[in-house]
Design a protein around this ligand. Structure first.
Ligand SMILES: Nc1ncnc2c1ncn2[C@@H]1O[C@H](COP(=O)(O)OP(=O)(O)OP(=O)(O)O)[C@@H](O)[C@H]1O
Length: 285
């Protein structure tokens, strides 16, 4: 059984078509959504978190249909969600807030609930600030609180909207570690603008652009699409899509190379850029 199965999902807000016939499957491991601002990533994640239903198309989560109220409750019991704008109650302490979410998640027995709250606080490295008020935390620490509440009850499906946004490099690495651990044996679907995070974490990626899934496959498969299209030269090539002078003084160009230049291995970012520049190309593997 595929944990997440989205087929032909279309969603409009007024005249804006946020998603246009998107297909996406996700299984245990980490699946990443990559795309520019306004591409439709949050809309797709909200569907996978049972917050939104598509206007057209179908969504199946953990073998159930989130459009049916009885199924939806069952899915939510096995789902953890970190929304883009997690609405924290800033007057709560970290412990109180996570405990409050645990109560909403129907963990009624106080002792086992508190054990679970302490477990997720430890998992996300928040023990030392457990008694601090959320308003006194840095943005990165607040992101951890968001992850902690999503991990409550050891969910089978974890939906994380830009989990690494606003984190410093050290915290980002910590987060990567926590997310990759979370992806062992469970299904994690996340969005990110950080191609490095996507490359490091995701076994599978979907590039979303203007409401469409423009590429679905592995990071290596996406990167491979830019093979032969990145080169170095002593000057900026006029035909390059993008070019910059690197620290060692040569120009790194991306686009259609002229004859005789030195080709270099592409990165996922190069392939992403090339895909964005060719609006008609769609690749699904
Ligand atoms: N509730 C809403 N009401 C009206 N328009 C919306 C709503 N939610 C999303 N949209 C629009 O749908 C489109 C897709 O938005 P979405 O938030 O899914 O993009 P995104 O890829 O998550 O962007 P970002 O990277 O900036 O978070 C945008 O044009 C956005 O303005």
């Amino acid at each position: 059984m595929t944990t997440v199965s989205v087929h032909g999902a279309t969603k409009s807000f007024g005249r804006t078509r946020a998603l246009d016939s998107v297909d996406l499957d996700a299984d245990p491991g980490v699946t990443g959504l990559l795309g520019p601002n306004g591409a439709g990533k949050t809309t797709l994640l909200r569907m996978i978190a049972t917050v939104l239903v598509p206007d057209q198309g179908t969504v199946s989560l953990l073998g159930r249909d989130p459009a049916r109220p009885a199924d939806r409750t069952g899915i939510r019991r096995r789902l953890g969600y970190l929304p883009q704008d997690a609405g924290f109650h800033r007057g709560f302490t970290v412990f109180e807030f996570v405990d409050y979410v645990a109560i909403l998640k129907e963990m009624t027995d106080r002792r086992t609930r508190h054990d679970e709250v302490r477990r997720v606080i430890a998992l996300t490295g928040l023990e030392s600030v457990s008694a601090k008020r959320i308003r006194a935390l840095s943005g990165g620490m607040r992101r951890r609180v968001g992850l902690a509440q999503a991990l409550l009850g050891d969910p089978d499906l974890l939906v994380l909207d830009e989990p690494t946004v606003g984190l410093d490099p050290e915290q980002r690495l910590r987060f990567r570690e926590m997310i990759s651990q979370a992806g062992e044996g469970r299904t994690v679907v996340l969005s990110s603008h950080q191609t490095e995070d996507i490359t490091a974490l995701c076994g599978r990626i979907a590039v979303i652009h203007q409401g469409r899934a423009r590429f679905v496959g592995t990071p290596a498969e996406l990167t491979e699409q830019a093979a032969g299209r990145v080169w170095t030269d002593t000057q900026r090539s006029p035909d390059a899509l993008t070019a910059w002078r690197t620290g060692d003084g040569v120009y790194r160009n991306v686009g259609d190379p002229p004859a005789g230049v030195e080709l270099i291995p592409p990165t996922l970012e190069d392939a992403y850029l090339l895909l964005m520049s060719e609006p008609e190309l769609e690749v699904t593997r």
